[in-house]
Design a binder for this molecule. Structure first.
Ligand SMILES: Nc1ncnc2c1ncn2[C@@H]1O[C@H](COP(=O)(O)OP(=O)(O)OP(=O)(O)O)[C@@H](O)[C@H]1O
Length: 301
């Protein structure tokens, strides 16, 4: 399998602090890769290392199968569009003037610029000054600037940050269309809900470490939902489980965490043996958000 982005033990230290720790990213071509993690988990630093804006302390970056090094850097970066931190563009210029600057800088034909502007649906807003744009419009112009070079890979750092729900939906829709057009997109967010349904692959970062990488179905499957035991005397049942499993009372049931099917069977047998009446045993429904929260608050899978 050749990946658009692959990193080997990518690491960044600032002084004695390791802020990105041994990442092995694998981003397949054509996907929307949701790069998730709480604030400060190292997402921006990682993206900047992919773009050679920050020098790794150790490890390697491979883009489209080629190692990033001084000899390959220029050619590889020409295939990557990016939007890192605040949206680019000069406020005192119009959208069109900003696009023209990018065009001249990169020596691009008119049709590349026109298509990028159409893709982000900004063709009717180009004659306004950028300082009069809403945040969502600024983000979309920034994405058009990144798209104008017709990149194979687009790296977007928190493009939905600060947007209202309509703006977030516009970016989601844009990401879907881009990936439909064959562009691989890596997009970061600290909120799973903002990119959950758009992303075909997820990478979850916590404290600089990649704690999960795979599809959303794989993420759900890798977590073990809690078991809920319904009984007329939950206090007594819970007391019987002390020292055996991690359990607690939850709205008239006993909630047991982190147990697979064989342990569930033993728990039920143990309770029945202790004279507990069991009305029902069920697995709790878990949303992806629950799994994400459990993971990034140190729960682990
Ligand atoms: N130049 C730097 N010098 C020292 N520490 C830094 C530097 N840049 C980032 N850090 C630290 O590295 C950690 C990771 O930061 P980074 O910006 O990559 O995280 P993030 O996941 O993108 O978070 P956010 O969404 O808040 O930007 C943070 O603790 C940050 O303070």
């Amino acid at each position: 399998m050749s990946y658009i982005v692959a990193t080997e033990q990518l690491t960044k230290r600032y002084g004695s602090r390791t802020v990105v720790d041994g990442l092995n990213l694998r981003i397949p071509p054509g996907c929307v890769y949701g790069f998730l993690g709480p604030n400060g988990s190292g997402k921006s630093t990682t993206m900047k290392m992919l773009l050679s804006l920050v020098r790794p302390s150790s490890g390697e970056v491979h883009i489209m199968g080629q190692p990033m090094n001084p000899a390959t850097r220029r050619g590889l970066l020409a295939c990557i569009g990016s939007l890192i931190e605040s949206p680019p563009g000069y406020g005192h210029l119009t959208g069109r003037e900003n696009m023209r600057l990018v065009q001249r800088l990169l020596g691009l034909p008119d049709r590349y610029v026109d298509e990028a502007v159409r893709t982000v649906r900004m063709q009717d807003q180009l004659d306004k000054k950028v300082r009069d744009y809403s945040l969502g419009m600024k983000q979309r112009l920034g994405i058009a600037m990144a798209l104008a070079r017709r990149p194979r890979l687009l790296i977007l750092d928190e493009p939905t940050n600060g947007l209202d729900p309509a703006g977030i939906e516009e970016i989601r829709d844009l990401l879907r269309r881009l990936s439909g057009a064959g562009v691989t997109v890596m997009v970061s967010s600290h909120l799973l809900g903002e990119i959950d349904k758009t992303a075909t692959m997820l990478g979850i970062l916590n404290g600089g470490r990649l704690i999960f990488q795979g599809t959303r179905d794989e993420l759900l499957a890798a977590s073990t939902p809690d078991v809920l035991i319904d009984t007329p005397d939950p206090e007594y049942a819970n007391a019987q489980l002390k020292g055996m499993v991690v359990s607690r009372l939850d709205r008239g049931s006993v909630r047991v965490s982190g147990i697979g099917d064989p342990v569930t069977a033993r728990v039920v047998a143990h309770l029945v043996g202790a004279g507990v009446d069991i009305y029902g045993v069920r697995r709790d429904e878990q949303s992806l958000e629950d799994v994400f929260m459990a993971l990034t608050s140190g729960g682990g899978l």
